[in-house]
Design a protein around this ligand. Structure first.
Ligand code: NAD
Length: 368
């Protein structure tokens, strides 16, 4: 199969859909991989690395889309890419169709087959192509939180690990899922006192078994949250209700109960946030302050560490890319139920229930 790796065009997106290691693996299996010149630069992978791995470098994005049977990328196609997508082409990337009607319409019109990373789902309901980004964001949350706790960054002036003779800082984590566990690990590693809350007892049992004693678990309810926000320095929001907006576990009035300079890193911002005062921010302008509480709520945290994020993402996408390239999308999705769940649009027809529901009126009205 011919596979194309375009350079991402979304603002500030430095990740790339495939590393040179991925190109090596695909070419070893007899496939041809076209890489747009400078596609990997933002992640630290250069054209010479791709060439060495067996890739062929093309100058323009138009050439890459024009020649490839499958496009592998990171973010959804941007409006300037819509016209480049070819009928019957496989596009394998994050789409998040339900949040963009123009994108959905464009992909229907293109008659491409769109397989979305975010809906590839294992039997146990986990989302293997989203997990690595949650792992990155969870670990990064502590790094960012520690930075904004410094006084010049508007925080309380607390060193998370403390020093001999001074107690360590306290970290409260809401949600013991992927983000929560990774955040707890990092915070515990720095020597902070960690409290992690969830409503899922299985997750709390797991944390209790695997974490050191300075990570304590408690059931998540308003009483406990109100109690802990008063004396914790850094609060991490890592709650997820599948397919729904995150619940507002910290309401506006609760900010007054926190100490000035407390830092909230609301990782769940992409689902609306679990703090009432959360609004999305960017890496250029990541924080704002309300009632002396520092809010960090960058919606694409992994974008700040593109090397790590690209490698983490492509580690999990490559086996699926190989399957699609070896077998074609129809056989590959027949043989792999997890990958089948990734099918969102087949040759311009929506096949994923969540998208049909999201656009019952508009897209179908548009199609007819
Ligand atoms: N900002 C970013 O860049 C970024 C990056 C990756 C992930 N995320 C987001 O981070 C959030 C968490 O992702 P995840 O992969 O850890 O999800 P996950 O499903 O692994 O974990 C979510 C946890 O929240 C718990 N939960 C639900 N209701 C709760 C409540 N009332 N109190 C406490 N816990 C509760 C669940 O039981 C679960 O353990 C998601 O919204 C995800 O989209 C954001």
């Amino acid at each position: 199969m011919t596979i194309g790796i375009p350079k991402e065009v979304k603002n500030n997106e430095n990740r790339v859909g495939m590393t040179p290691a991925g190109v090596f693996e695909l070419t070893k299996h007899g496939h041809i991989v076209y890489v747009q010149s400078n596609a990997g630069e933002g992640s630290g992978f250069f054209d010479s690395d791709y060439k060495k791995a067996g890739g062929l470098i093309l100058d323009t994005i138009g050439q890459v889309y024009g020649i490839s049977e499958m496009i592998v990328k990171v973010k959804e196609p941007m409006p300037e890419e819509y016209g480049l997508v070819q009928p019957d082409q496989i596009i394998f990337t994050y789409f998040h169709f339900a949040s963009s009607e123009p994108l959905t319409k464009a992909m229907i019109e293109s008659k491409a087959t769109c397989i979305a990373y975010e809906t590839v789902e294992d039997d146990d309901g986990t989302l293997p192509l989203l997990t690595p980004m949650s792992e990155v964001a969870g670990r990064m949350a502590i790094q960012q939180g520690a930075k904004y706790l410094e006084k010049p960054a508007k925080g309380r002036g607390v060193l998370l690990g403390g020093v001999p003779g001074v107690a360590p800082g306290k970290v409260l984590i809401l949600g013991a899922g992927v983000v929560g566990v990774q955040a707890a690990k990092m915070a515990a590693g720095l020597g902070a006192q960690v409290t992690i809350l969830d409503i899922n007892m299985k997750r709390l049992r797991y944390i209790n078994d695997v974490m050191p004693p300075h990570v304590i678990t408690e059931f998540s309810n308003e009483f406990n949250i109100r109690k802990y926000i008063q004396n914790h320095d850094l609060i991490i929001g890592g709650v997820l209700l599948k397919g729904a907006k995150a619940p507002n576990l910290i309401t506006r009035d609760m900010l007054k109960e926190m100490r000035p300079g407390t830092v909230i890193v609301d990782v769940a911002v992409d689902q609306g946030g679990c703090v009432e005062t959360t609004r999305p921010t960017t890496h250029e302008d990541p924080i704002y302050i309300i009632d002396d509480v520092v809010h960090y709520s960058v919606a694409n945290m992994p974008g700040a560490v593109p090397y790590t994020s690209t490698v983490a993402l492509t580690n999990v996408t490559l086996p699926y890319v190989l399957k699609l390239a070896n077998l074609g999308w129809a056989n590959a999705t027949d043989k792999d139920p997890a990958l089948k769940k990734g099918l969102n649009i087949i040759n311009g027809e929506i096949v994923y229930d969540g998208i049909i529901e999201a656009f019952q009126d508009s897209v179908f009205a548009y199609k007819s």
